[in-house]
Design a protein around this ligand. Structure first.
Ligand code: ATR
Length: 289
């Protein structure tokens, strides 16, 4: 694709952004569909966020991804925020719609699509979600709408309880929150159909950790770990070895990216090409540091 005076710019802003996989994923997607778009990464420090958004406006940047530490702080600088992003309290995607900056969040949609595209039906299922941080919250909002029951366990108990209360009321579903202790993970797992790890436990460099003992896993369980570095977490490895279905963090990464792509281009994303680009990049990099 030749960069010209008509090329539209999309980018990610965050700090750090050196290891982001979004540029490779989106540039491959733009090329695949022959779109005159290009994607870059910009490191934006906390204190420079306002200026960065003003800059995005004046440079007419078409779309942005927003990552740590700006996902919540960016909201006050936008013109409009999608209702789901408002409820979740975070934005990871911005569309410049003719000068109006509109904020969305695609993490939860990405997680649900990752499950569905991998043959996991959510209807009538009992889900155990580990974590109540930013990613977990976005996932919980989408998962709660579709499942029979959602249990949230988190190291900081009040976050799990608070999230459960909001979701239970909002969607009129069975949602509970509690401490992420070994005893409770073991107990709640016995009743669960789907386990989602949305904590950072097991992420590089802490690759030998998992909140779930291998003996608690079963072949009829579906396990999704949202961590993609390492490509296969200890939890995923253990789940695979007992014959459980495993949905990797790459799937969520690709599907949340695909949802952002759809918002910017109004076209279905070339998910296969995006997955290949990200997987290739990760395997050539080895573990990201
Ligand atoms: P993200 O935006 O990636 O979700 P985050 O908001 O910092 O990042 O959330 C990280 C999640 O991992 C939280 O649920 C966190 O638990 P706390 O809310 O108690 O901080 C969880 N987490 C991180 N380290 C953990 C650990 N060692 N044991 C258990 N949970 C952990």
């Amino acid at each position: 694709m030749e960069i010209s005076g008509r090329t539209k710019l999309c980018c990610v802003i965050g700090d750090p952004v050196e290891h982001t996989l979004s540029p490779v994923m989106h540039n491959v997607a733009f090329e695949e569909l022959n779109l005159n778009f290009v994607y870059l990464a910009f490191r934006v420090k906390k204190e420079e966020l306002r200026d960065a958004i003003l800059g995005a406006r004046s440079l007419n940047i078409h779309g942005l991804n927003v990552t740590m530490p700006h996902k919540t702080a960016v909201m006050e600088h936008l013109d409009e925020i999608d209702s789901m992003a408002k409820s979740i309290g975070a934005v990871n995607t911005i569309l410049n719609a003719g000068g109006k900056l509109v904020g969305y969040v695609t993490d939860g949609v990405g997680a649900v699509r990752a499950l569905k595209e991998n043959g996991v039906n959510l209807e009538g299922k009992k889900v155990l979600l580990l974590g109540a941080g930013g990613a977990a919250k976005a996932i919980a909002f989408h998962v709660a709408q579709e499942v029979e029951e959602l249990k949230i366990l988190n190291r900081t108990t009040w976050k799990a309880k608070e999230l459960a209360e909001v979701l239970g009321k909002k969607f009129n579903k069975k949602v509970s929150g509690n401490l992420c202790s070994s005893e409770l993970v073991k107990k709640e797992l016995e009743e669960a159909d789907i386990l989602i790890n949305a904590t950072s436990v097991g992420m590089h460099p802490d690759v030998n950790r998992s909140l779930v003992d291998p003996n608690w896993l079963r072949p009829d369980l579906c396990v999704m770990d949202i961590i993609y570095n390492p490509l296969e977490t200890k939890l995923a490895k253990n789940a695979k070895s007992v014959g459980a279905k495993v949905v990797s963090g790459i799937e969520m990464l690709v599907h949340q990216g695909a949802a952002s792509f759809g918002i910017w281009t109004n076209q279905p994303a070339p998910v296969k090409a995006m997955r290949k680009a990200v997987s290739n990049k990760l395997s050539t990099l080895g573990a990201l540091s």
